[in-house]
Design a binder for this molecule. Sequence first.
Ligand SMILES: [Zn+2]
Length: 118
Amino acid sequence: MHELSIVKNLVKTVLSRYTPAENEKIISVNVVMGEMHDYEEEWLTKYFVQMTAGTVLDGAMLKVERLPVKLHCRNCGAEFGNSKEEEAVLLACKKCGSYDIEIVNGREFYIKELEVEA
Ligand SMILES: [Zn+2]
């Protein structure tokens, strides 16, 4: 249930950084999540609803935008993606087979924006 702690942090961050004006209502919190995270959206949403109850985020939606994995080979410079299934396998360059792989995208988890209705 690692979704619990990530949602807890997310809600805490939004609440500490943003205070809506009296006539404003936050309708959604949009986050970007790299495909390397295996958070279940169903659980993220469930915890989000639980933790925002009674706060200024009560009733807001959690929107998750998934960012595909992008890898860069330090050996030959190739850039390639990796499908979900392949992640379980060792990360090796598809061109030269090197294991000297840098993760460019895929590990992100951040707040992109808040949608506010005035
Ligand atoms: Zn390579």
